[in-house]
Each structure stands twice: as structure tokens, then as C-alpha cells.
Design a protein around this ligand. Structure first.
Ligand SMILES: C[S@@+](CC[C@H](N)C(=O)[O-])C[C@H]1O[C@@H](n2cnc3c(N)ncnc32)[C@H](O)[C@@H]1O
Length: 254
């Protein structure tokens, strides 16, 4: 399978550094473009988390953190945050950002033409609260502990076996803790064999939706408190953008 290696590629690294740390003008240079879709990795925290529910000294976990922007944002509300991603490349760069606060990269303008950029962790972030590690969200290390908030942004439809990841969640989220799960439900065989899709197919002549499966799987341990739509935009080059709408759900561990 070639697609899973996308997250180890130069192109993915450049796109995700821009997506996570780029200025609005760099991510969407067209004034008539979908500007409400900008700043998604920060919005996954600011628009989804209920800070009033978090204890002092909260622990946070960002599964499928890519180059880490949401992980850093979580650290504004948690004294310790772990970001985990399967991509060695992403984690290497996220660690560099944690240690040094910035990194240089190039993003595509057209063909081989690129523009130089610097990804900078916002100055108000206490970077020492954050650690990054390479790992598989479907087989997490057993001594990870439990968390007051777990974020899974646009992860489930990129996993070979999302059900394995969902199974681990009751043990990962503390009683009263929050699980924030967003997904654009882009189910593709190249990432997830059809037999493991959470939605996007028919069963006994009826459509199966991702949200319904999430409810069926999570309901025994979690109460669904919010469902809403979150637009996001990933720039491929100056004239091509992926505009998507993630379905965001917020769950409380019971
Ligand atoms: C669509 S990206 C979303 C990244 C980030 N959460 C965001 O919203 O920008 C999917 C991420 O999941 C990661 N990933 C894929 N399979 C994984 C796995 N088995 N365990 C952990 N992360 C995984 C990829 O490397 C990639 O960073």
C-alpha cells in the first residue's frame, strides 16, 4: 500500500506545517476563498474543549497529532500533554518545534516553485508541558495512563482498524473527562479496508453512517454532548485547496 506512507513524504510535511502553523494569508491567499475554514488545528481545541470541566493539573492526549499544533494548544489548559503520531517524520519535526520553538520549511506555489516559511509555536505556549512520541493509535503503549481530555482530529478514517483505537478509549479517558473526535468521514480502501469502515456503506439495504457507528461503539462508556460541523482547508498549491467539513463530536466519559 502506498498511501499510508504519504505522511512520511516531503509533500505531507510541507502541507501539514503550513496547515498547522501558516498564516491565514499563506493558507488561503484568495480573498474570495473559504476563510472560515482556516486555523483548524487550533480550533479543534478552542471550539471543542469545555475548559470548565478540566481539573487543575489536567493531562491531555492528542492522537494522530501530525506536526503538533493542537497538542501545543491543549497545553494552554493542561499541565501535561502527549502528542502521538505514526509518522516518524512528523514526530521528528514536532519534537524539533517543542525544543526550539520554530522550524524552516518550503511550501509549494506552483510545480517546483516554492516559497520559504517558518513554522513558529505561539509565544504564549509553555512548550515544556508537551512531549511527542511516535506510536500507533491502534496499539498504544500500556503505561500511557489516563487523561482528562483526548483529542482525535481527522484520525479515524486514516486508520487500518479504527475499531481497535475506539476500543482503547474507555481506559484512556478519566471519568468525567472529554473525548473530542473529528472526522471528515473520507473512507478510502487505501487507508482502511472496507470491512473496517465505520460508515459510508449499506448494510441490509440501509445506509450506515460514521456517527451512528461511533454512537453504537462509544455509548456504553461515553455520553455524546455535542455534534457540530467544522470546515477546514488544506492548501496543496497556490491554486489548489482541499476544502472539507469534519463532523465533530464531544463525548464525556461516564
Ligand atoms: C489527516 S491527518 C490529521 C492530523 C491532525 N490531527 C490534524 O488534524 O491536522 C492523519 C494523521 O494520523 C496519523 N496516523 C495515521 N495512522 C496512524 C496510527 N496508526 N496511529 C497514530 N497516528 C496515525 C498520520 O500520520 C497523520 O498525521
Amino acid at each position: 500500500m502506498s498511501t499510508p506512507n504519504f505522511y512520511e513524504s516531503d509533500r505531507a510535511l510541507s502541507e501539514y506545517l503550513l496547515f498547522h502553523y501558516g498564516a491565514p494569508q499563506q493558507n488561503m491567499p484568495w480573498p474570495f476563498g473559504p476563510t472560515t475554514a482556516l486555523n483548524y488545528p487550533a480550533r479543534c481545541v478552542s471550539e471543542c474543549i469545555d475548559t470548565s470541566l478540566l481539573p487543575a493539573q489536567a493531562r491531555g492526549l492528542d492522537l494522530g497529532c501530525a506536526v503538533g499544533r493542537s497538542t501545543f494548544e491543549l497545553s494552554q489548559y493542561c499541565s501535561e500533554v502527549i502528542g502521538i503520531d505514526y509518522s516518524h517524520r512528523f514526530i521528528e519535526v514536532a519534537r524539533h518545534l517543542q525544543e526550539h520553538g520554530s522550524t524552516s520549511y518550503e511550501y509549494i506555489e506552483e510545480g517546483l516553485l516554492t516559497a520559504p516559511a517558518t513554522a513558529v509555536v505561539p509565544a504564549e505556549i509553555a512548550r515544556q508541558r508537551v512531549t511527542f512520541e511516535q506510536g500507533d493509535a491502534q496499539a498504544l503503549r500500556s503505561n500511557l495512563g489516563s487523561f482528562d481530555v483526548v483529542l482525535m482530529a481527522n484520525l479515524v478514517d486514516r486508520l487500518p482498524h479504527p475499531g481497535e483505537c475506539l476500543k482503547a478509549l474507555p481506559a484512556l479517558v478519566r471519568l468525567g473527562g472529554q473525548l473530542i473526535l473529528t472526522t471528515p468521514c473520507t473512507w478510502l480502501d487505501s487507508y482502511t479496508p472496507q470491512s473496517h469502515w465505520l460508515g459510508g456503506f449499506e448494510q441490509h439495504g440501509r445506509p450506515v453512517r460514521t456517527l451512528a457507528t461511533l454512537q453504537a461503539v462509544l455509548a456504553p462508556s461515553f455520553a455524546l454532548t455535542r455534534t457540530f460541523d467544522m470546515p477546514f482547508v488544506i492548501r496543496e498549491h497556490a491554486r489548489k485547496f482541499q476544502w472539507s467539513v469534519a463532523q465533530a463530536t464531544v463525548w464525556i466519559r461516564r
